[in-house]
Design a binder for this molecule. Structure first.
Ligand SMILES: Cc1cc2nc3c(=O)[nH]c(=O)nc-3n(C[C@H](O)[C@H](O)[C@H](O)COP(=O)(O)OP(=O)(O)OC[C@H]3O[C@@H](n4cnc5c(N)ncnc54)[C@H](O)[C@@H]3O)c2cc1C
Length: 427
């Protein structure tokens, strides 16, 4: 028997209360949801998903909404599940360097709590302070600190999530030592909410560095910047951030423009920073770069410049030894694009402005061809729907790998309730 829309709405309202459920809501990729709910408790979130499962409604979790243009556009959205009211820091144990938070907690709010004990969660994707920790987890978002601390996959110890059938489950642990069995937290990171609605995260924290210094090194050519990256990686210098910025990103940060620059920071105790500073400067000069010391506000300016960009964002995975080829390929195939990212890891971003984004299909495919030479890839992190309808936002995945991923999705979400059709291969 088909349940009428008013009856569905009535049942949803009975779960979360009338004030937490509204008809419609902010469109996702131009698709207006039938309802938007903001459950104040994890149990209500679970009950909403259980109901959606029974009624075969499509559920789309939403944090701050900055990453909703990642993946294939949704064909249908029945229920947007906003996580904003699930924003508590449930447990914080400074002596164990762990915290358990609800997913709607903003990274900036957690940072404020941790600062009291001089601790950090070292995750800084563009605009990080207002992003939710659930969204950062689901999209595997990262920023400059990835150079030293890795990504959420390295920091997530445990995860509580709502299964597609509404059952609340735990994966991982609340302690730093690992538990036996499959590593469920790692599976959830970057899964774009296709395997479960994340509700709580237990995170591994780090001490804030006692002292940090940042330098900007400008180079006449990307080849000189790459030479310097290789020398830094091959040295005893322990960088906490090592970003490459092309001329356009330098201009967006209101910095003196050169063909390429490296932003290098070291964070540890002051004597250790001072002793490595001389080596950093020597390696920059050997690569014929000009180095200047930057103030503490540099990384905020850089973050604002990237987060404020209003065009197509491509996530490029390549090798640190291929910076020259990758910057060259972006410039040749996407004239006018800006490039920045983790030079020491080859995790770059291209920021592309184009009057007709759908004209970017062929250039992005050509760029994929270039980075595929080293098994790299290009993900369309953000683009208008028109482009992602014509271009696979994830790029090709080998058929056997995709078959495993499909099997995992079917096991976790046989009815296709959770963010269906948006992930790799249309999962
Ligand atoms: C201009 C710009 C530049 C960017 N540059 C970068 C970059 O350089 N590096 C980078 O890594 N990212 C980048 N991003 C992406 C963005 O920073 C991240 O995707 C963002 O941190 C996600 O957090 P959010 O709270 O906005 O999530 P949302 O946008 O609300 O959600 C993102 C996705 O996660 C799912 N989701 C959200 N919460 C949950 C949950 N609790 N359970 C399950 N699924 C959930 C949503 O359904 C959605 O598919 C950029 C974004 C913009 C707008």
């Amino acid at each position: 028997m088909t349940v009428t829309t008013p009856a569905l709405a009535g049942a949803l309202r009975a779960i979360v209360g009338a004030e937490q459920l509204r008809e419609g809501g902010a469109p996702v990729d131009g698709v207006t949801p039938r309802w938007t709910a903001a459950p104040p408790t994890v149990e209500q979130a679970a009950a909403l998903v259980a109901f959606a499962h029974d009624e075969r409604l499509v559920v789309l979790p939403r944090g701050s909404g900055a990453g909703l243009e990642l993946g294939y556009p949704p064909a249908r959205v029945d229920l947007v599940l906003e996580t904003g009211r699930l924003d508590a820091v449930l447990e914080y144990s400074p002596e164990d360097l762990t915290a358990t938070v609800q997913v709607g907690c903003r990274a900036g709010a957690l940072a404020t709590r941790l600062a009291v004990h001089r601790q950090i969660l070292p995750l800084d994707p563009p605009g990080w302070s207002v992003r939710t920790l659930g969204g950062i987890t689901a999209t595997q978002a990262s920023g400059p600190l990835r150079q030293r601390y890795g990504t959420m996959r390295d920091l997530l110890l445990g995860v509580r999530f709502v299964q597609a059938d509404g059952v609340l489950t735990w994966g991982g642990a609340k302690v730093v030592k690992s538990v036996s069995g499959y590593d469920v937290p790692k599976l959830m990171v970057g899964a774009l909410g296709t395997l479960g609605v994340l509700v709580e995260l237990t995170l591994r924290l780090h001490p804030a560095p006692e002292y940090e210094a940042t330098w900007l090194a400008n180079f006449h050519t990307p080849a000189h910047a790459q030479e310097c990256v290789a020398a830094l990686l091959d040295s005893t210098v322990q960088t906490s951030r090592l970003e490459v910025l092309d001329g356009r990103v330098l201009a967006a940060c209101s910095l003196p423009v050169s063909a390429a620059a490296l932003a290098i920071s070291i964070g540890t105790v002051e004597p250790a920073v001072r002793s490595q500073e001389a080596l950093v400067k020597a390696l920059v000069q050997r690569a014929r770069g000009a180095v200047q010391t930057m103030g503490a506000s540099f990384w905020r300016t850089y973050d604002r410049a990237l987060a404020g960009f209003d065009g197509v964002v491509l996530r490029i995975g390549t090798l640190p030894t291929r910076l020259v080829e990758t910057l060259g390929a972006v410039q040749a195939m996407l004239p006018g694009a800006a490039v920045a990212g983790a030079a020491g890891l080859g995790a770059l971003r291209a920021l592309v402005t184009h009057a007709d984004p759908s004209a970017l299909v062929a250039p992005v495919e050509r760029l994929r061809g270039t980075v595929a030479e080293v098994n790299g890839g290009v993900i369309v992190e953000r683009a208008p729907r028109a482009l992602r309808e014509r271009l696979d936002p994830w790029g090709a995945v080998p058929a056997p790998t995709l078959a495993v991923m499909r099997a995992i999705k079917t096991e976790f979400d046989p009815r296709g309730v959770l963010n269906p059709g948006r992930f790799v291969g249309g999962i």
